[in-house]
Design a protein around this ligand. Sequence first.
Ligand code: APR
Ligand code: PHB
Length: 390
Amino acid sequence: MRTQVGIVGAGPAGLMLGRLLEQAGIESVVLENRSRDYVEQRIRAGVLEQGTADMLVSAGVGDRMRREGIVHHGIELQYDGERHRIPLSDLAGGRAIVIYGQTEVVKDLIAARLASGPPLLFDVDAVSVAGIESQRPSIRFTHGGGAQTLDCDFVAGCDGFHGVCRPAIPAGALRTFERGYPFGWLGILAAVAPSNDELIYAHNERGFALLSLRSPELSRLYIQCRPDEDIAEWPDARIWEELHARLGIDGWSLAEGPVLEKGITGMRSFVTEPMQYGRLFLAGDAAHIVPPTGAKGLNLAIADVKLLAAGLVDYYERGDRRGLEAYSAACLRRVWRAEHFSWWMTSMLHRDDTAGDFGLVLQLSQLRYLTTSTAAATTLAENYVGLETV
Ligand code: APR
Ligand code: PHB
């Protein structure tokens, strides 16, 4: 088999890259090691920056998002038992966010690709990349029992944090930056109308909590827990009790509903530099991870592949390599901004016993500043909706 761009991974990064290349008449093959069902059921975050939503539309995969996505113009910060609205759009030049699950973005991208034809193989095994320093890299894999080799001009490593592409780069060629957190998030999807119109990020002495949503009938809620927490110790009733305690304020109560899904995720910050080696380009979680506070992961993945697709188009249409050569540095400017923002939001909102009372009072001071100073709130708003020029 031969193609122009071999794409490893059918998450948002790989699928969107494939879509943008298809629009430009560039061939690609997408290889995914999980099943289609698994990829389409996996629950992930659900906040699209304005630029991400615009990209889905211009890529011709935004129809359902435009119908079902919910535009939000603000978020609420809660601390000391009070809520304070941050008017995102007023502060960030009219830009907004769209609530639309990453799972739905993935479904829409898969449906579009399967309808229009370019290869997308699920359930591939034993994926490995070779020859990335040569002009003719390849991807080896097995599918349906048979071993295959896909020869490519370029390989796009869109295979997430645990994928095989980043480790294919000689360790000496990469610099990695990493930070762990002593927190995890226990998330639930519940069949109940969201109890608030906008997202609530709640600072609480019991730990952080977040009220989010997926649709007018589906709530998405999170509580801070230990990263090694055992989900078996969290029956639904205990989760609701904790959500009430952390999100509740006078005159408001949280509505409960059947829990459809629950899970615990750890948190880390991670960046690889550069995001390219020879003819292998990394995009999305394969190159960087942010903690979920601020919902930047999907948005970064989409911003990466927008630049990668543009570089590949310049290369194929005009033999111009400058976009590809600048890819890593251009991505990393946005990545580091989001790394800082996500670390900052995480540090400000989570209960951190290692930081002591000093840390706690600093958090509250920062929250008060954000909710009383337009300058401070603007910093949050423009990062939250996504900076156009980073
Ligand atoms: N071969 C083929 N596919 C692989 C391999 C492999 N060896 N390893 C992993 N994959 C697949 C995964 O199954 C997954 O479908 O690569 C895909 C990577 O997708 P994501 O993890 O969704 O990463 P990305 O597309 O970069 O999107 C970033 O996803 O994890 C969230 O927080 C993250 O929201 C952000 C978004
Ligand atoms: C979500 O809805 O899943 C969500 C929202 C906001 C975040 C993180 C996750 O910061």
